[in-house]
Design a protein around this ligand. Structure first.
Ligand code: JFZ
Length: 414
């Protein structure tokens, strides 16, 4: 394996995104009006004036927030890194900013530095800590960009110099090792401006990775949109940020939770295409993580723990020209993993021309009967018999060992 500072990112596979800010207090509704958009955008979508929005800080008192238990859970779920919204578009700092009093310590009754607590918990449980920082949009700063508004009179450079750079410096000097900065929505940021932020990050922490949304192609990995999975394995480093319902920030009315099965399938799809799955939770105004998301993640975590060997240490799949609704594949040298997602009695994988030497249920090591076969059309396939006790089961993984390093998938002919 190549040894780069970004190797941890290539190996991470699964991370926890945390969207949390003053918008969590509103939970999707302001003065009787509901937003039909993602909840952290409520200030923008409902046109809440800055002075009114700022008042929210005075009631932010998330007494139930427990960094330790969230990070402990993330570890249990198999996640390797956390990305926390240090400052979202609303402009409020969720850490003790010394350059701007509009922050969790100086502007709220809570007065605790949430980020410091997350840092210590991450160090305790061995997870990496990354920070979301909205570098272009800032709806609180008169010179920060605001999408869907006229930004032409703004002095964006002044905002970068007076707010962004001091805050990035605080974040990269006060909270230990920062694994990555998750920049977002660059809008009209110029190449020079993006570059100056990259330079600042690297001057303070050379190993801190910069996300694709720094803009101007200066990021060190690609980020896709919510739940957008590339069709083909993607060669570079990439990450799919995803919600468990339809919002990032907490919305009390959004109960559109994905099922654990959907989430497991998505995780495997992302991993098999060589990416990391950054899955979001949105704590509420008291710091509680919605029970719905905990339940899903507990179920997903069980799959991940039982099948670690087929997730971590895997590499981007050799391209297979079929989509199977009952399975996802992952691979490692000399191993092909078939994640079984629908009940099966026999499985057939066609157009694969390897010499398979052994088949087992990954989590129990139980050996399975299998055959390398040639079809009447002359293409190759492998057939594996599933033991009776598994016929009704879903979400288990079969490990096929093979002589060759990689699967040899035959191209489609006709
Ligand atoms: C951005 C934010 O505006 C949003 O609030 C949230 O933080 C999310 C993770 O990131 O939203 C985007 C930005 C870009 C895309 C999708 C959502 N995109 O490129 O598809």
């Amino acid at each position: 394996m190549e040894d780069t500072k970004q190797q941890w990112f290539k190996d991470a596979k699964f991370g926890l995104f945390i969207h949390w800010g003053l918008y969590s207090i509103l939970a999707g509704e302001y003065k009787g009006k509901k937003t039909d958009h993602i909840a952290e955008w409520i200030m923008n979508h409902l046109n809440i004036p800055v002075e009114e929005y700022r008042e929210l800080a005075k009631q932010f008192n998330p007494v139930n927030f427990d960094a330790d238990s969230i990070v402990e859970k993330a570890k249990e779920w198999g996640m390797k890194y956390i990305v926390f919204t240090a400052k979202h578009h609303e402009g409020f700092a969720m850490y003790h900013s010394t350059s701007d009093p509009y922050n969790i310590v100086d502007a709220t009754p809570y007065r605790r530095d949430i980020l410091k607590e997350l840092q210590l918990a991450c160090e305790k449980y061995g997870l990496r800590l990354g920070l979301y920082y909205s570098q272009a949009q800032d709806w609180d700063d008169p010179n920060g960009f605001m999408q869907y508004r006229d930004n032409s009179s703004k002095d964006f450079q002044a905002y970068l110099d007076n707010k962004v750079k001091p805050q990035l410096t605080e974040l990269l000097t006060g909270y230990g090792k920062i694994a990555l900065i998750w920049f977002d929505t660059p809008m009209e940021t110029t190449v020079e401006q993006s570059q100056s932020l990259v330079d600042l990050v690297k001057s303070l922490q050379p190993n801190c990775i910069v996300s694709g949304r720094i803009g101007n192609n200066l990021g060190e990995y690609m980020t896709t949109g919510d739940n957008f999975v590339p069709r083909l394995p993607y060669e570079g480093d990439w990450e799919l940020p995803a919600t468990l319902n339809d919002t990032w920030g907490f919305n009390k009315d959004d109960h559109n939770w994905k099922s654990p099965d959907e989430v497991i399938k998505l995780l495997l799809k992302v991993n098999s295409r060589g990416g990391n799955y950054l899955l979001n939770i949105g704590p509420d105004s008291l710091g509680n993580v919605p029970g719905g998301s905990i339940d899903i993640l507990d179920a997903v975590g069980k799959y991940v723990q039982a099948n670690q060997d087929a997730i971590f240490g895997t590499k981007r799949m050799t391209y297979y020209p079929y989509e199977l609704d009952w399975a996802e594949f992952t691979q490692k040298p000399h191993k092909l993993f078939i994640h079984i997602l629908k009940p099966k009695k026999v499985i057939e994988v066609i157009n694969v021309n390897n010499q398979f030497t052994k088949a087992t249920i990954l989590s129990t090591n139980e050996e399975l009967t299998f055959q390398n076969l040639v079809t009447c059309e002359g293409s190759h396939m492998v057939e594996v018999r599933i033991p009776k006790s598994y016929h009704a089961k879903t979400n288990y993984c079969i490990c096929l060992e093979m002589k060759e390093e990689d699967p040899i998938f035959e191209p489609l002919e006709g």
